[in-house]
Design a protein around this ligand. Structure first.
Ligand code: C2E
Ligand code: MG
Ligand code: MG
Ligand code: MG
Length: 279
């Protein structure tokens, strides 16, 4: 009967819900352990100047290889870390280590580090940034923190204060995944933002999708008229790269020009690039 079928469907729904909860609890436990055991590493994705084609820096991307699960994507574990109150610790650790790594790269390359909206709510963030710079000796001008629009949405007085303090250290702020959030354009002059990163969802539909092409063109013009730098992320094809360069975007980042790679591999890459430049 329909009633019996309904009951069975409900039981199945209940069972799968229980399974989701179990899986989530186990991920939480593994993540807490990962924090204690320092199971995180950093991958660096090279960023290139669109005009010269030279490597200009890298974005630090956290990596976690869980003993039981294997590699877990930050897309999956960062939101859990945010909820568990672990993201400030993980983020501070990534920042400290990335600054140390970057201080040893030749040629004064730039370093970009992602900051979670939860970290931005922590009034101690400017101090954490100052410490990471001091301990590593990295010049503040070489560091850029990537925030998302969500971080500016709530509690924007506090966010403004924190970002202003960070900017006063000489560190730049960029707006990541631009176009996917609430994109209130008032953010762009209300907050000390010096770069916009065009989200890969637009870039990946280039050059054929007219909507994405118009959006990318508009963001590039917006950046230009506000004197902000523009990075296009998620470039995978030559066609995308050509389009982006024609729009005058300053920097490019994507699998076409370089995947995220382990710290040692990135250090080798930049050492090779520096030798080529010197020869
Ligand atoms: P994001 O900051 O926008 O970083 C770019 C993401 O796009 C990275 O994914 C990168 O591997 C991926 N990507 C780069 N080029 C391409 C491409 O050509 N094609 C495609 N399909 N993907 C590309 P990843 O490393 O998995 O990181 C995902 C997100 O996790 C990041 O997005 C960022 O929001 C967050 N995340 C990563 N590391 C950290 C961190 O240390 N702290 C915080 N709070 N968040 C982080
Ligand atoms: Mg980013
Ligand atoms: Mg992004
Ligand atoms: Mg993102």
């Amino acid at each position: 009967s329909a009633k019996r079928d309904g009951k069975r469907t409900f039981r199945m729904f209940e069972a799968s819900l229980m399974e989701d909860i179990r899986r989530r609890r186990s991920l939480e436990a593994a993540l807490r352990q990962a924090c204690m055991r320092d199971e995180f590493t950093i991958a660096y994705q090279p960023v290139f100047s669109s005009a010269s084609g030279e490597i200009s820096g890298a974005e630090a991307l956290v990596r976690w290889t869980c003993a039981e699960r294997g590699p877990v994507s930050p897309v999956e574990f960062i939101p859990v870390a945010e909820e568990l109150g672990l993201v400030s610790r993980i983020g501070a650790d990534v920042l400290r280590r990335a600054c140390k790594d970057a201080a040893s790269w030749p040629g004064g390359l730039d370093l970009a580090v992602n900051v979670s909206p939860v970290q931005l709510l922590d009034p101690r963030l400017p101090q954490t940034v100052a410490r990471a710079l001091e301990d590593s000796g990295l010049q503040p001008e070489r560091l850029e923190l990537e925030i998302t629009e969500t971080a500016l949405l709530n509690n924007d007085e506090a966010a403004l204060r924190t970002l202003t303090q960070i900017q006063e250290l000489g560190v730049r702020i960029s707006l990541d995944d631009f176009g996917t959030g609430y994109s209130s354009l008032s953010y762009l002059h209300r907050f000390p933002i010096s770069r916009i990163k065009i989200d890969k969802s637009f870039v990946q539909r280039l050059p054929d999708d007219l909507g994405s092409a118009s959006i990318v063109r508009a963001i590039a013009q917006l950046g230009e008229s506000l004197s902000m730098k523009i990075t296009a992320e998620g470039i995978e094809t030559d066609g995308q790269l050509t389009f982006i360069r024609e729009q005058g975007c300053d920097h490019v980042q994507g699998f076409l020009t370089g995947h995220p790679i382990p710290a040692e591999a990135f250090a080798d890459l930049v050492a090779r690039a520096a030798r080529v430049a010197a020869s």
